[in-house]
Design a protein around this ligand. Structure first.
Ligand SMILES: Nc1ncnc2c1ncn2[C@@H]1O[C@H](COP(=O)(O)OP(=O)(O)OP(=O)(O)O)[C@@H](O)[C@H]1O
Ligand SMILES: [Mg+2]
Length: 162
């Protein structure tokens, strides 16, 4: 774990040595989240975005077996400590198609929105969001870079750092 001091946004870097650790990091992240936040997940195919969502959901009291990639429905809803809205924009043809899912209502509500492939729809995401970038650093290792892009998301990074 290290803090990157040169970033203009509060940042925390977390390394995962194996899949179970990514789940645990998701649970830890859930403990720092608060209702209404949007978490923008980015990283290549197979980086571990859905695994991290499983961890976050399980940290919020959802059975991780419920968590699957939203495909035909495009958004999955899980009910835990707060509602979780799980989006995957990979198959969407445009940002407008994302907006048409009713994102304004999801983002304005009391749930947590988790958006896979968030970098495909940057213009449609709220400015105050938590950005999680997952890099594949080895067959079983991943690096998570978490940045708070606005005041509420920055608080989450501060809580993770403390
Ligand atoms: N440390 C790790 N953390 C997370 N996943 C890992 C790790 N090591 C290996 N893996 C493997 O990487 C894959 C991650 O899959 P996952 O579906 O979470 O990726 P994704 O980023 O959601 O991909 P997609 O873009 O297809 O949605 C799984 O096969 C998992 O077993
Ligand atoms: Mg996925």
């Amino acid at each position: 774990m290290a803090t990157a001091p040169d970033s203009q946004f509060p940042t925390i870097i977390l390394d995962s040595q194996e899949e179970s650790e990514t789940l645990a990091l998701g649970q830890r992240l859930a403990g720092a989240l608060e209702p209404g936040l949007v978490v923008a997940l980015q990283g290549n195919l197979g980086a571990g975005k859905t695994r991290l969502v499983k961890g976050i959901a399980s940290g919020a009291g959802v059975d991780p077996r419920e968590v699957t990639s939203p495909t035909f429905v495009l958004v999955n809803e899980y009910s835990g400590r707060w509602p979780i809205y799980h989006f995957d924009t990979y198959r969407l043809t445009s940002g407008v198609a994302f907006a048409e899912l009713g994102i304004d209502e999801y983002f304005a509500g009391d749930g947590i929105s988790l958006v896979e492939w968030a970098d495909r729809v940057p213009d449609w995401l709220p400015p105050d969001r938590l950005e999680v970038t997952i890099e594949v650093t080895g067959e079983q290792t991943r690096r998570l870079t978490i940045r708070g892009l606005g005041p509420r998301a920055a608080e989450v990074v501060r809580r993770l750092n403390s």
